[in-house]
Design a protein around this ligand. Structure first.
Ligand code: L34
Length: 262
């Protein structure tokens, strides 16, 4: 960080959270802590749940113009009276460290991008750091959200994986998941993927973070049964979640570089 700062590159992250969703509060706190640990300047805007869309858009506009802020993130979900798409569209694409803005989504599609959405980027980093080669592998992504499933599929495709996206209407899901060399679960249903749905030796990545009634966290994969068949598997907590935050730090530094050269 010091070397960057000597070159006049000063990353700064603004995190906006609207309302008091307890899970979002934990994630935002983890993001702030990561900024402190990395020496990245950060500003947190905790807005009440009654905040109007106009007030939120005004804040984004202010941050778009603020020189010491290179990255802007609005923690999702936002309250129902605020339109998520309108909010995402309002963020300057050069400061969009989530890579949710349509301009950045399009750039990912064509394979020419600065920012990769943090969760799928974290998954790719885990795969890469584990020495797993994606090329030619059967990759199955369960879930088709704009935040995880869709960009995840695209990133695996860029690495020459053969990619299948499964979702709630998929017929015979088990036949698909059982065929996967690399299985990414991002459905948001606790313990949805069980050991019998996994191919022997497969790489299993659990993106789900579900809160059970007893307050315990659990993933989309039933870890106990899955670990017996998987060749490699990520836990929840302590798997993809912390990687998401690490990738946010990376994108924030990148944003400082992009904004400097714009
Ligand atoms: N705009 N909204 C925006 N960007 C994002 O990238 C996110 N996401 C998802 C929800 N909304 C967002 C996150 O930040 C999910 N997410 C996220 C970030 C961090 C963690 C989990 C999800 C995390 O720190 N997980 C810890 C456990 C935390 C806990 O105790 O609850 C883990 O070890 O998995």
């Amino acid at each position: 960080m010091e070397a960057l700062k000597e070159k006049g590159i000063n990353p700064g992250l603004a995190v906006i959270i609207v309302g008091e969703d307890p899970a979002s509060q934990v994630y935002v706190r983890n993001k702030e802590r990561a900024c402190d640990e990395c020496g990245i300047y950060s500003e947190k805007y905790a807005l009440p749940k009654e905040t109007t869309q106009e007030e939120l858009l005004n804040l984004i506009d202010k941050l778009n113009k603020k020189n010491d802020i290179s990255g802007i993130l609005v923690q999702l979900p936002v309250p129902e009276h605020i339109d998520e798409k309108t909010v995402i569209n309002a963020i300057d694409p050069k400061k969009d460290v989530d890579a949710f803005h349509p301009v950045n989504v399009g750039k990912i599609m064509v394979g020419n991008y600065d920012f990769v959405p943090c969760t799928p980027a974290g998954v790719m980093e885990l795969i890469d750091e584990s020495g797993i080669d994606v090329s030619g592998k059967e990759c199955v992504v369960v879930g088709r959200s704009n935040i995880v499933g869709k960009p995840q599929a695209m990133l695996l495709l860029h690495k020459n994986g053969t990619v299948t996206i499964c979702h709630s209407r998929t017929k015979d899901l088990k036949a698909k998941t059982k065929n996967a060399d690399i299985l990414v679960a991002a459905v948001g249903i606790p313990n949805f993927i069980t050991g019998d749905m996994i191919k022997e030796g497969a790489v299993v990545i659990d993106v789900g973070i579900n809160r059970l009634e007893n307050k315990k966290l659990c993933g989309d994969v039933e870890f106990e049964s899955a670990q017996k068949v998987a060749g490699a598997i990520t836990p929840v907590p302590g798997g993809v979640g912390p990687m998401t935050i690490a990738m946010l730090m990376k994108n924030t530094v990148k944003a400082a570089l992009v904004n400097k050269t714009k």
